[in-house]
Design a protein around this ligand. Structure first.
Ligand code: SF4
Length: 361
């Protein structure tokens, strides 16, 4: 067995016991998840796409619904974009749904899900982590996964103080992840270290008291558990102010527009919206309604339904105001097309709008 860092010989003795202890832990505490019982690469890919940026408890229903409606890559490839987005609604990060759909089309075109790393890695939305997960879980190939959970376990257990978001830190962790991989049982090992990171070696309050790796954990012995892994960059969060005008007619129609590319929620539907650098006054909202939304000179009732409703995305904090505009009937508007309110659930809306609609009741 090779030594990961020659000058630190303690790694040599830990390699096999580290993997073995994790696997032993997994046999006792590993999570029983629906996609663990399959070696179908398409279903594994589906679960991985859903679980990117999503908690297992939230993603589970979506996985089951997708797997039932689209049991094969071919069936998903044939679906319309609207149907895929509709089924994805509420899960957020909609680019994942678009990539999943595109990947299914690529697999269907190839005629099969090829057991080939280059093929898998070239699928839309598939990065190093997802490719390693598919190759090991579906095909039993020796590729080590390296996601946030795995980074944390490795950085803590081996006392890696190099920031994990630098080139040097990434290289170090990649080499360590590859070195620790149990090449005989890559699927078992990968699942074990991922679950261990999620359930035991958690970001805050890890369960060190009952950890099977405690005796060899460098972070624990050096009292650095809460300091590792180190990150060099702090990503700034941007504030955005959105004012939605939920426009309804007395005969049950509403105005809807589709979001374009190059921003959040691409391809999803929403009510007419104004984005501004600060919160708008009701007078500014009134001006927008009469200059652009409803040009006709008609009597309209406007009421503020929700103010400064917050919605957090990874790097953005959205502040939404929600106005209800009631019109006697549909009028010409540049801000969208009229649809029946009773058909609203056929359109994929961002989670923020769903929450606002729930609030309106
Ligand atoms: S002892 Fe604590 S920090 Fe170290 S591997 Fe175990 S849970 Fe993680």
């Amino acid at each position: 067995m090779t030594c990961f860092v020659p000058e630190k010989h303690y790694f040599c003795n830990m390699i096999s016991s580290f993997s073995a202890q994790l696997e032993q832990w997994y046999h006792q505490f590993g999570r029983d998840l629906p996609w663990r019982g399959t070696s179908d690469p398409y279903l594994i890919m589906l679960s991985e796409f859903i679980l990117q940026q999503t908690q297992i408890c939230q993603g589970m229903d979506y996985y089951l619904r997708f797997a039932e409606r689209f049991p094969t890559a071919e069936s998903l490839a044939k679906a319309s974009e609207e149907e895929v987005m509709r089924l994805w609604q509420g899960l957020g990060y909609y680019s994942r749904a678009r990539h999943l759909h595109a990947a299914a089309k690529q697999i269907a075109d190839a005629g099969t899900f090829r057991r080939d790393y280059s093929f898998v890695r070239a699928l839309p939305g598939v990065g190093d982590y997802t490719a390693a997960a598919i190759m090991s879980f579906a095909f039993g190939e020796a590729y080590a996964v390296l996601d946030g959970n795995v980074q944390r376990v490795l950085a803590r257990h081996f006392g890696i103080t190099e920031p994990v978001d630098t080139t040097q830190g990434k290289k170090l962790l990649r080499a360590l992840a590859d070195e620790m991989l149990d090449r005989q049982h890559p699927a078992l090992y990968n699942q074990a270290i991922m679950d261990f990171g999620a359930c035991w070696c958690k970001p805050s309050v890890p369960l060190c008291d009952t950890c099977p790796l405690a005796d060899t954990c460098q972070a624990l012995s050096m009292h650095q558990v809460n300091m590792l892994p180190v990150k060099s960059k702090h990503t700034a969060v941007r504030d955005r102010y959105l004012t939605y005008i939920y426009t309804r007619t007395k005969d049950g129609q509403t105005l809807l527009r589709r979001r374009g590319s190059g921003d959040i929620w691409q391809g999803l539907f929403e009510f007419p919206v104004i984005e501004s650098v600060n919160k708008l006054t009701s007078q500014q909202v009134d001006e927008f309604i009469h200059s652009s939304l409803v040009k006709a000179n008609i009597k309209a009732k406007v009421e503020l339904v929700a103010s400064d409703f917050r919605h957090q995305l990874t790097h953005q904090r959205l502040h939404a105001d929600f106005y209800l505009l009631t019109l006697p009937s549909a009028v010409e508007s540049e801000e969208g097309k009229w649809v029946k309110e009773s058909d609203l659930d056929r359109y994929a809306l961002p989670r923020l709008l769903e929450k606002l609609l729930e609030k309106k009741g």
